[in-house]
Design a protein around this ligand. Structure first.
Ligand SMILES: *[C@@H]1O[C@H](CO)[C@@H](O)[C@H](O)[C@H]1NC(C)=O
Ligand SMILES: *[C@@H]1O[C@H](CO)[C@@H](O)[C@H](O)[C@H]1NC(C)=O
Ligand SMILES: *[C@@H]1O[C@H](CO)[C@@H](O)[C@H](O)[C@H]1NC(C)=O
Length: 409
């Protein structure tokens, strides 16, 4: 208020008052000889004015003006004549109205500026926080520093926090969305921190699991009793487990023999998980070896045994023919054990070297007679007899009807 009055007083005479010359004579001095002080410049009629002070002879410049309210000084206006904010100052951003979501930041409030573009900056309000971070409520309407929106506007949630398993901690899912992250805020103890009672142990796969949601301690084999047919496995005493499969060894008693094997009751107490240890081979395994004098015997497949006598059928080659008869030529391919099926007349091999004649022996000469034979139906036995041609004493070749021989075909 004072300043404004002073300005009025100083300017009035300069602008509008015509000073009567009589006054000049009565003045205390000539402005002509007065040099304006700092911040003043000579009035337009300085040289002819009476006076000897800045107030009388000079007019103040903006240099002497103190900007107020939403205005700040600007060096460039220093030499201007003026005594108002509008003449001597720049408006500051604090007077600018920003649109929704924008705001004049504190450091611009005292800076010159008139437009939205100059003065208004984005606030956290419209910023989208990255995953696992959430807006900081207190900063929601604050302007964020250039390029630091994420760190200024958002804070991490527990989901972005790493609970250290080495400290027996893991993320508590119930706290995943909490902020002010720390071990205390975000984490819950793991099984690693649990002490199990005697006979129990933490399963290695559970060490890093949430202790509140996991049965951390599991029984050791040392407290498991093996079922019948199983014996404790001494190497597993300290292992985690409570089943026969994990803690015990199977004896033959509970072993299931494979096809081709029969249970061996003698081996019942043996520890074993294979057929040779617990079972006896059945003849089905031996069948391929039933050859030569033997033939396969499928009926014996289920019989326990590993010898030809037990597992195979005998062929005629093993049959002892009665006197005067011998095994038929293909005895090994005939499964039988009777004289009739397995044997033929001992003379048959000789017969097979002879030539069969269809029309009797009588026409043959002495030289060739005994190289031939005949086949004749035997009405007594209903079999075909092979009858040799024989040179008779009385000088011709005849069928030797006294020596019939049944030979295999
Ligand atoms: C984690 O638990 C284990 C076993 O209970 C313990 O030996 C270890 O000292 C614990 N670690 C910390 C950091 O507490
Ligand atoms: C008997 O065992 C043999 C050899 O294993 C097999 O080829 C055959 O089919 C079996 N026969 C029967 C009737 O089981
Ligand atoms: C021989 O066979 C005939 C007809 O084929 C038959 O009638 C006769 O009874 C049989 N004789 C003998 C001893 O088998």
């Amino acid at each position: 208020m004072k300043q404004v009055l002073a300005v009025g007083l100083a300017l009035l005479p300069a602008l509008s008052l015509k000073v009567p010359s009589s006054l000049l004579d009565e003045g205390e001095g000539e402005c002509f000889s007065h040099s304006c002080g700092k911040g003043y410049i000579p009035k337009f009629d300085h040289d002819t004015r009476r006076g000897d002070s800045d107030v009388q002879c000079c007019q103040p410049t903006c240099e002497l003006y103190t900007c107020s309210g939403n205005f700040v000084a600007n060096e460039a206006y220093k030499g201007n004549i003026g005594r108002t904010n509008e003449q001597c100052c720049d408006q500051t951003c604090s007077a600018v109205k920003c649109p929704e979501g924008k705001k004049v930041p504190a450091d611009l409030k005292k800076s010159p500026g008139k437009t939205e573009k100059e003065c208004c900056k984005d606030t956290c309000n419209d910023f989208l926080c990255k995953p696992f971070t959430v807006p900081i409520g207190a900063n929601q309407h604050e302007v964020y520093p250039d390029g630091e929106a994420q760190s200024f506007c958002c804070e991490p949630t527990c989901q972005a926090y790493t609970c250290d398993v080495a400290k027996n901690l893991t993320l508590d899912p119930a706290k995943a969305t909490l902020t002010k992250v720390s071990d205390e805020t975000c984490c819950t103890p793991t099984c690693g921190s649990v002490t199990c009672p005697a006979g129990f142990k933490i399963h290695p796969s559970k060490v890093n699991m949430d202790a509140k949601k996991t049965d951390c301690c599991e029984p050791l084999c040392s407290s498991h009793t093996c079922s019948a047919g199983w014996v404790a496995d001494v190497t597993k005493v300290a292992a985690v487990g409570n089943t026969d499969e994990v803690c015990c060894q199977r004896t033959c008693e509970v072993f299931q023999c494979s096809s081709g094997w029969a249970k061996n009751s003698v081996a019942a107490k043996n520890i074993g998980v294979d057929d040779p240890t617990c079972c006896l081979p059945e003849c089905s395994q031996y069948q391929p070896k039933c050859e030569g004098d033997y033939a396969p015997n499928p009926d014996a497949n289920k019989t326990v045994g590993q010898t030809a006598d037990v597992c195979c059928k005998k062929t005629c080659s093993l049959y002892a023919c009665s006197d005067g008869s011998i095994n038929i030529p293909d005895a090994k391919s005939v499964v039988a054990s009777t004289n009739g099926e397995c044997c033929e007349d001992a003379r048959c091999p000789t017969f097979r070297k002879k030539t069969e004649v269809k029309d009797g022996c009588n026409h043959l000469g002495k030289d060739e007679c005994e190289n031939n034979y005949m086949k004749l139906k035997n009405t007594a036995t209903n079999k075909t007899d092979s009858l040799a041609c024989k040179w008779a004493d009385f000088g011709f070749c005849q069928v030797n009807a006294l020596e019939p021989a049944n030979c295999a075909e």
